[in-house]
Design a protein around this ligand. Structure first.
Ligand SMILES: C[S@@+](CC[C@H](N)C(=O)[O-])C[C@H]1O[C@@H](n2cnc3c(N)ncnc32)[C@H](O)[C@@H]1O
Length: 284
């Protein structure tokens, strides 16, 4: 079975956008797939005993590659621009924090809001002023720290997290290069282990920008449990109002479950909207 899984991982990663994604994350998805599709696992094992490496041409094998790639695309790959690889080079070329703003354009979510950060941070920091931000499912949003600094007149401490460890290495390089009091560590937010992370526990404002849809796609209701258990009282959640990939507008009703959830929990909240993004400022 291990050989089949290795072949699957290699084939799945044979796509530019996800070539740097940690194998462990892909293996987890394959294992989960086989747990619920035992019949296909058995068929593949039988095929492998006859064809060995030629199995990559079989219908079942190709189908699994397609399914897992689609899942990874929805939660990770589809948000990366084709220039995502250039982030290290741009960081190297940056002489000061302000120069790093260009890196925001290498991830589709930050690229889309790059002209709106001023408005976003004005609204958020008029509401509350954090000492330490916890940025979850962060993508490249921590690269907006110089803009945060402009609005807050100080650089807050920063804890950043997303799913791929290699992306967290890059953010730690960035924090170190510019002496930001920041730390990045990968966590899978469909699980709740992040709640035990010391660096996360003392954050007094949490960002969950455009994060909930991906998490809910993998595990329904997991974001409710996460938000209920986050220690920080202040949480900023955003949703896309248009699909980043297809550009199709989302119906406002798509967010009703979330409004119902915050009202049921008696959280105070206010909202504001910029082009393509709806923000909730939540006080627990
Ligand atoms: C639409 S992007 C938003 C990125 C960033 N928050 C922003 O708005 O600029 C969604 C992010 O969630 C991350 N993600 C998806 N599933 C995740 C999971 N299970 N655990 C942690 N992060 C995840 C993706 O890697 C991606 O960076």
């Amino acid at each position: 079975m291990e050989q089949i899984i290795n072949l699957l991982v290699n084939q799945i990663k044979d796509k530019n956008q996800i070539k740097d994604l940690e194998d462990k994350l892909i293996i987890e998805k394959i294992t989960k797939y086989f747990l619920t599709n035992g019949d296909i696992r058995k068929k593949l094992e039988k095929e492998f005993s006859k064809k060995e490496n030629k199995i990559i041409k079989s219908k079942n094998f190709k189908e699994i590659v397609k399914i897992i790639r689609k899942e990874i695309g929805i939660i990770y790959g589809s948000f990366l621009t084709s220039d995502f690889d250039k982030r290290e080079k741009y960081l190297e070329q940056s002489n000061n924090l302000e120069d790093t703003k260009v890196i925001l354009k290498l991830h589709k979510s930050t690229r889309e809001r790059v002209d709106f950060y001023d408005e976003i941070f004005t609204k958020i920091f008029n509401w509350k002023k954090p000492n330490k931000i916890g940025d979850l499912c962060c993508g490249l949003n921590p690269m907006a720290i110089s803009l945060i600094k402009e609005k807050l007149n100080k650089t807050p401490e920063y804890f950043a997290s997303d799913i791929n460890p290699k992306d967290m290495d890059f953010l730690n390089l960035f924090f170190n290069k510019f002496n930001v009091n920041g730390f990045a560590k990968s966590y899978d937010l469909t699980k709740l282990d992040i709640l035990k992370e010391k660096q996360f526990q003392d954050c007094d404002m949490i960002f969950l920008f455009k994060a909930l849809d991906s998490l809910e796609f993998i595990k329904k209701n997991c974001t409710k449990e996460l938000i209920q258990n986050i220690q920080s009282k202040n949480i900023v959640v955003s949703f896309p109002t248009k699909s980043l990939v297809s550009k199709k507008e989302f119906k406002i009703e798509k967010r009703n479950w979330f409004i119902k959830f915050i009202e049921e929990n008696n959280f105070k909240y206010e909202t504001f909207e910029i082009e393509n993004e709806l923000f909730f400022l939540i006080e627990k």
